[in-house]
Each structure stands twice: as C-alpha cells, then as structure tokens.
Design a protein around this ligand. Structure first.
Ligand SMILES: O=C(O)CCC(=O)C(=O)O
Length: 265
C-alpha cells in the first residue's frame, strides 16, 4: 500500500484560493499512490485564527470539498484531504478532516476532538467533535485523529478498539515542539502496534514556524520515512499485514487489563 504525504507550505502571501488550486493539482498528480494525505487546515493555516470564520466552508459542496473530491478522482487514490474549517449548518465551526474514495465520494468526516490553544485560537473559536472515526479501505482500516489529538493516548486506544491499523494524523505542529511530534508519533505507533502517518505543514504563518518533518512510523515504532522542514512529497510503502503480525508476535494489546476502578481518595 503506497502512501504519499504532501507536506504543504502554508505561506500567508499565497491566497487561500490559489493554494487550494495548487494543492488540488499536486494531489491529482499522485497517480500510483493508494493513499494521499494532506495536513491540518492547509487552506487557511492552523494558527490563522483571525481568518477561520471568513474561510469556513461546508463539508458538502464547499470549495475545498469540491476540489478534493475531483483531485481524488484524478489521482485514482484514496485521499485524506487534511482538515478544513467546517461551518456546520447549525452554526459552530469545527476542525474537520475529510476522507475521499478514489471515485471522489466522501467516505468519512472527523471533527477534531481535542482543540488546541488553551482557551485561545482554535479552542475558543471552534467546537470539539465527540465521535471516534475509523474508515475501512480495501487494504486496511484507517483511524482518524488530528494534531493535538496526538497527545491523548486514550483516543488512540479507542481507535485501536475500532479496528484501526493505520493512524492518520494531519497536523499544523509548531517547530518549537518538533521533538514532541516525533516522540508522540512513535509512542502512538508502539502502544497501538499500528502505522502512524503524520503529515504536517511547512513554512511560517500567523508568526508560528511549522515543524514540517512529516513522518511514517511502523508498528514497531521505527520511522520509515521522514520529511525535512520545507514543502515536500514523501512516499512510503506500507504493509498492512505487518500490523496483525506485530500484534501476534508481541501480544501486548491482548494483555490489557480493563475495568480497574479509579480510586477517589
Ligand atoms: O500539541 C502541540 O504541541 C501542537 C498542537 C497544535 O498545534 C494543534 O493541534 O493545532
């Protein structure tokens, strides 16, 4: 299973509509990939909170959704289109990831559960999702999480319980915490005995330098491929059978002890 990560440079000098068109062409050019992955909030920038409301769009029929559905069709690949600022018809904004099949059908939408910003930015402006999302592909089962979610192992346990074998994590991770990015991606892979496909952005927007260094980690925790700091296309072959093999050879997930009550001193 060939995965291609598109680590996009989110440059505020580039208009959102221009970036959307450029990225759609880049996705469409990835023929031969089984799965193409984009980062978190690449149209607007994960830290461009002042622009969230203006750039918010619906999941059905919004400009990014339309462009990504067409790009998935052109590439003939599954497309995890990173995330958009979703404007729900009921009002709230969400940080929502979109997954398209090779025929351009929307197969899953995941609203980021853990909002980043400590009462500012995304945490103040967006609502949080309440649903664990896993999606079956012909080759494997994807588990969806976004950026800050990487810090919350309990979400990944629920994804494992939902059958996930490849954990896809689009991000807009700051360069300042690049060491955490690598450590957490490897930790989630080791504890889940699953692949982690972590795709971040490059460049600097809203004054926040991005970490880049998108990576694919295997179920043993080894980094199979890693990008540098700039815009980059990173392609890696995954073997979904390695997930079951790792879980069978070293069956820690089987040894989980559940239901121990939490003491209330
Ligand atoms: O957890 C972090 O250090 C970064 C999280 C983040 O930037 C985000 O979720 O947008």
């Amino acid at each position: 299973m060939r995965a291609t990560l598109l680590q996009i440079d989110v440059d505020p000098a580039e208009q959102v509509a221009d970036r959307r068109e450029r990225v759609a062409a880049l996705v469409a050019a990835q023929r031969g990939a089984d799965l193409v992955v984009l980062p978190e909030l690449w149209p607007v920038g994960a830290f461009a909170a002042d622009d969230f409301a203006a750039e918010a769009e619906p999941v059905d029929g919004g400009p990014t959704a339309v462009a990504m559905a067409a790009a998935a069709r052109a590439a003939g690949a599954w497309l995890h289109a990173g995330s958009i600022v979703e404007r729900d018809p009921e009002g709230p904004l969400y940080n929502t990831s979109l997954l398209y099949s090779p025929d351009g059908e929307l197969r899953a939408a995941y609203r980021k559960i853990h909002r980043f910003g400590f009462d500012e930015g995304e945490a103040a402006l967006m609502a949080g999702g309440r649903e664990i999302v896993a999606a079956r592909l012909p080759q494997t089962v994807l588990g969806l999480a976004t950026c800050y979610d990487l810090r919350f192992p309990e979400q990944f346990r629920l994804l494992v319980d939902a059958g996930a074998e490849v954990l896809v994590v689009p991000a807009g991770w700051p360069a300042r915490r690049r060491a955490h990015w690598r450590l957490l991606a490897q930790a989630r892979a080791v504890e889940s005995q699953a692949y982690v496909v972590a795709c971040g952005t490059a460049g600097t927007h809203a004054g926040v330098e991005q970490a880049g260094h998108s990576m694919v980690v295997d179920p043993w925790g080894e980094v199979l491929a890693e990008a540098g700091p700039g815009e980059q296309v990173l392609t890696v072959d995954l073997d979904p059978a390695r997930v079951a093999a790792t879980r069978a050879d070293f069956p820690v997930l089987r040894d989980r002890v559940l239901g121990i009550p939490t003491p209330r001193p």
